[in-house]
Design a protein around this ligand. Structure first.
Ligand code: URA
Length: 440
């Protein structure tokens, strides 16, 4: 695309004039092109900012999503059964993929899952799995396919040839304050999901202080756009809006979250986390034609109760070079220094601010302050109580883990500020806010 054309695109989007599908395709080609054809970052940034202020129409959003999907390889699966995928829009303590993938695989639905690393205060599945000694997340396409065929699930690092336009655009959005545009988030997420090639896609849209979407209205709008984009591509999709006003479950930090995933797979998990994983797994099974909502919920519960989900998890870990058995979590790393934070007063936990807790976990070493930073797999936070719990002064609220006392000192005031104790019992908030599907 020439400079003239991108200038025209910027002018139109700035004025609220819709771009044609051809213009959007040409614009996306210009994102990954080299030489003359490449759109310079300054013009792309101007267009992104115009989108932030003026938005995109629904057809433009769908066209952008599909053009970004086609910017790289689009996978097609040839497996003897339904292929499903899930995506969480990102949160604190969200280890659902580690639990849902083996449950779904144990129930006969294939789940090839491509995941990413942590971003800002939110964790990433790849970092969590890499805390398992020996676990490999960089799999060749052949190894990935062979493992999915044999075990039913694999979780690998997203490859560079999957929606490369998103990689470039996301890096630019990150530094130009243009991340928080719902059409751009839709195109970013769905281009990657559609390129991964699953027939059924479950989208877990997080709502609250620790999430991109701060309220149900924005979550519903993002869901609507993502489901419409999936439908344009002929895929079956469902979205579930779930609470991220407090961290999910009790653990935040990589190896700690793997431990907690094992607890759920052993049937000993925290109630909200267990409920969400079973809901997501049952919805995926339903989409994949395994029966009614009740049948699928029973199938998911049975896979946990009879140990078949844990068996799949162990098989997946072994296939990817890791050494971890469900009943031997002690091989997982734990950081050297630990400190317990106690309640300063009697009352009820009114708030556990997810984003602040996520940022504190980064200070402890569980996440990255800069992209190139190493992470400490044994660092993080274990909550002793969650929102709504009644506590007495002196009761433990949480335990911090880090490589140094200095990190604990730095995170402590932040964590104290993240937890509010009140004299009145708070109104309970639902874990699941809404569910949508793109089926008729
Ligand atoms: N996750 C993505 O992959 N892209 C976004 O734009 C936001 C969250």
């Amino acid at each position: 695309m020439t400079v003239f054309h991108i200038g025209e695109c910027i002018r139109k989007t700035k004025s609220g004039i819709p771009l044609s599908e051809d213009e959007i395709r040409a614009l996306v080609r210009g994102i990954t092109a080299e030489g003359e054809e490449k759109i310079p970052d300054y013009q792309l940034s101007a267009w992104l900012m115009a989108v932030c202020f003026r938005g995109l129409s629904d057809p433009e959003t769908a066209a952008l999503t599909l053009a970004m999907r086609d910017s790289g390889q689009v996978l097609r699966w040839d497996l003897p059964g339904a292929v499903a995928d899930k995506h969480s829009t990102g949160g604190v303590g969200d280890k659902t993929t580690l639990i849902v993938a083996p449950i779904v695989a144990a129930c006969g639905v294939f789940m090839p899952k491509m995941s990413g690393r942590g971003l800002g205060h939110t964790g990433g599945t790849i970092d969590k799995l890499e805390s398992i000694p020996g676990f490999r997340t960089a799999l060749s396409r052949e190894a990935f396919l062979a493992q999915v065929r044999q075990i039913g699930c694999a979780v690998a690092m997203q490859t560079a040839d999957l929606a490369p336009a998103d990689k470039k655009l996301y890096a630019l959005r990150d530094v130009t304050e243009t991340v928080d545009s719902i059409p751009l988030i839709c195109a970013s997420i769905m281009s990657k999901k559609l390129a991964t090639g699953a027939d059924h896609i479950l989208l877990d849209v997080k709502i609250g202080s620790g999430a991109f979407m701060k309220n149900d209205r924005d979550g519903a709008e993002l869901s609507r756009l993502m489901l419409a984009a999936a439908k344009t591509d002929g895929r079956d999709a469902a979205a579930i809006l779930t609470d991220m006003d407090q961290p999910l479950g009790t653990c935040i930090g990589n190896a700690l979250e793997v431990r907690e995933a094992l607890e759920v797979l052993r049937g000993e998990g925290e109630a909200d986390l267990t409920e969400l994983c079973l809901t997501i797994a049952a919805e995926i099974l339903c989409m994949a034609g395994k029966g009614t909502a009740e049948t699928c919920r029973a199938l998911a519960e049975k896979a946990v109760a009879d140990g078949s989900a844990m068996e799949r998890f162990e098989q997946m870990v072994a296939a990817q070079g890791g050494s971890l058995r469900g009943d031997h979590p002690e091989v997982l790393p734990v950081s050297r220094c630990k400190r317990i934070l106690h309640a300063a007063q009697d009352g009820w936990i009114e708030a556990m601010h997810s984003e602040t807790i996520g940022r504190a976990s980064v200070l402890l070493g569980a996440g990255r302050q800069r992209k190139e930073d190493p992470i400490d797999p044994g660092a993080g936070i274990r909550l002793s109580a969650r929102r709504g719990a009644s506590v007495h002064a002196g009761d433990p609220l949480l335990t911090m883990y880090a490589a140094s006392e200095a990190q604990l000192d730095e995170a402590e005031p932040m964590l104290r500020g993240a937890i509010r104790i009140s004299g009145t019992e708070p109104v309970s908030q639902p874990l699941i806010h809404a569910q949508y599907t793109n089926r008729e």
